[in-house]
Design a protein around this ligand. Structure first.
Ligand SMILES: N[C@@H](CCC(=O)N[C@@H](CS)C(=O)NCC(=O)O)C(=O)O
Length: 241
């Protein structure tokens, strides 16, 4: 059994998809990040960075104490090793999977996150930042499009944790007005993955669904929500205040 500490954003959704793919029983522990649930000191003992997702594996392979993992890329790799699927054991296929996984968690994810922040949350008048991050996001999507034009899945012929890392963020880019019309190879890949039974199950689960406030185009946060997400309360949590 895995405890999935979860908020319904792309980083959480990628882990939920993986848990569905490997058929691992899991319990969703929901966090409302606008409400500041992630800032609790009890969660800091699971993820010192106070971000979702994180998992606690209550029955690790070989027994022993529960294992805690944070950072979505590390969680996907841990679950691939636990489930024995979606990450080749060695060689070029493993290297390609880890390259594209890292490309997502270190590049596409953070750049998409900044584009989303300046387009959806920041006060008006952030033209430079909006242009900088939307252009970089489109550049990264062009890299992905070229890759998928040559390859059925991002790391090669086989579906892997690299696809799972990328797919939910691609779905949420629609909110920023980035549809799939200008990306034909990505469009085919996107639909192929959406049709997977595990992905369909994750999309259908009520306890994984994103509330409207996570997916609206323009967000107006009240003072407390802003502090929890981007301001003093968010920073105080890591200092232990
Ligand atoms: N690099 C981290 C990013 C995690 C992250 O930024 N999580 C967001 C939700 S997508 C979060 O917890 N936000 C709440 C906060 O920043 O306080 C990962 O891949 O897991």
């Amino acid at each position: 059994m895995i405890d999935l500490h979860y908020s319904a954003t792309p980083n959480g959704q990628k882990v939920a998809i993986m848990l569905e793919e490997i058929g691992e029983p899991y319990r969703v522990i929901p966090y409302d990040i606008f409400n500041g649930d992630q800032l609790a000191s009890s969660f800091g003992r699971i993820n010192p960075n106070h971000k979702l997702p994180a998992i606690v594996d209550l029955a690790p392979a070989g027994g022993g104490d529960p294992v805690t993992v944070f950072e979505s890329g590390a969680i996907l790799q841990y679950l691939a090793e636990k489930g024995g699927r979606f990450l080749p054991a060695s060689g070029a296929a493993r290297a390609a999977t880890l390259s594209w996984l890292t490309w997502q968690v270190a590049g596409l994810g953070p750049m998409g996150g900044q584009a989303s922040h300046f387009l959806r949350y920041a006060p008006a008048g952030q033209d430079y930042a909006v242009e900088r991050y939307t252009k970089e996001l489109k550049r990264l999507l062009t890299v992905l499009e070229k890759r998928l034009d040559k390859s059925a899945y991002v790391a090669g012929d086989e579906y892997s944790i690299a696809d799972m890392a990328i797919w939910p963020g691609r779905a949420s880019a629609f909110v920023m007005g980035m549809g799939l019309d200008e990306w034909p190879a990505m469009h085919r890949w996107f639909e192929r993955i959406r049709e997977r039974p595990a992905v369909a199950r994750a999309i259908a689960r009520e306890d994984l669904k994103a509330p409207e406030k996570y997916i609206g185009r323009h967000q107006t946060l009240d003072e407390k929500e802003w502090s929890n997400m981007f301001g003093a309360a968010n920073h105080a949590a890591v200092k232990g205040d």
